[in-house]
Write a protein of this length. Structure first.
Length: 269
């Protein structure tokens, strides 16, 4: 009798010891069933993995996968550590308060410890492609890592990203949006990297601040400006997807609404 493999997602947890971060990192694996050769999968790593059970990622993946809406993807949720504001950020430059000073160590953990661990764990030489996503400050971290390592990653997803990350206090009289936001500057002064694709999400209720008094909240301005910088760099509309939710807030519930859109954008059938 022929056995039909059930299409579902299983989860398992591990602790990855990091010499770079000098701690153990809790990692959750969301593994699609019914797949014999994992090397044919895409790998999606997600910062702030502690939010994924709250979001119901396992159920989201199972539903999309079982209904044939996405190709099977191995998702890896990376739980943030106690030094989240130091480990997440832009590796090349800490912000004006010195936050993100451990972002280089975190990047090395991802590239030199976590990815090799995943390859060894699942006995594969490589995956079909690799992507990295994150929420809030974790989204900034994911964008920074993907932008600077296009030889490793092909896609990134940024949900309510901390794209305000700046080199100068906005209360400083000399602060300038065009000059002092770190990630926008990095993209502007970087080079076009073929093959990269970007998904960005922001909500109109993400916050209430409007530092330049233009009637648009800062989170939306900062996200739209990343999109503009990417387009100026040479990326096409099919390379950059921007989801703006009218009722979107800076919370897990909003990111849970956006997650299926991201998954179908990246791995839809």
């Amino acid at each position: 009798m022929n056995m039909v493999k059930e299409l579902d997602y299983l989860t398992e947890r591990a602790t990855v010891l990091s010499a770079f971060l000098k701690r153990g990192v809790t990692v959750d694996f969301y593994l699609p069933t019914g797949v014999d050769d994992l090397s044919g999968l895409s790998l999606l790593m997600i910062n702030d993995g502690q939010d994924l059970p709250v979001m119901g990622l396992q159920q989201l993946l199972s539903g999309l996968y079982a209904n044939g809406l996405i190709s099977p993807v191995l998702c890896v949720g990376i739980t943030a550590g106690p030094d989240r504001k130091r480990e997440y950020g832009v590796a090349a430059e800490a912000d004006y308060l010195g936050r993100g000073d451990l972002a280089t160590a975190y990047t090395r953990f991802v590239l030199e410890e976590l990815i090799p661990y995943i390859l060894d764990k699942y006995h594969v030489r490589d995956f079909k492609e690799r992507a990295f996503a994150g929420f809030s400050l974790g989204g900034l971290s994911a964008l920074d890592i993907v932008w600077n390592h296009p030889e490793v990653f092909s896609k990134t997803g940024i949900f309510s990203g901390s794209l305000w990350w700046r080199s100068k206090d906005q209360e400083d009289a000399t602060y300038d949006d065009d000059r002092d936001r770190i990630m926008q500057q990095q993209i502007r002064h970087g080079i076009y990297k073929p093959g990269l694709k970007f998904f960005l999400q922001c909500g109109l209720m993400d916050e209430a601040h409007d530092r330049n008094n233009n009637g648009v909240i800062d989170a939306v301005d900062d996200t739209r400006d990343i999109v503009k910088e990417l387009m100026k760099k040479g990326y096409r509309p099919e390379d950059v997807s921007y989801l703006e939710l009218d009722d979107g807030r800076h919370d897990v519930a909003t990111w849970g609404k956006a997650m299926p859109v991201f998954l179908k954008w990246g791995w839809g059938r």
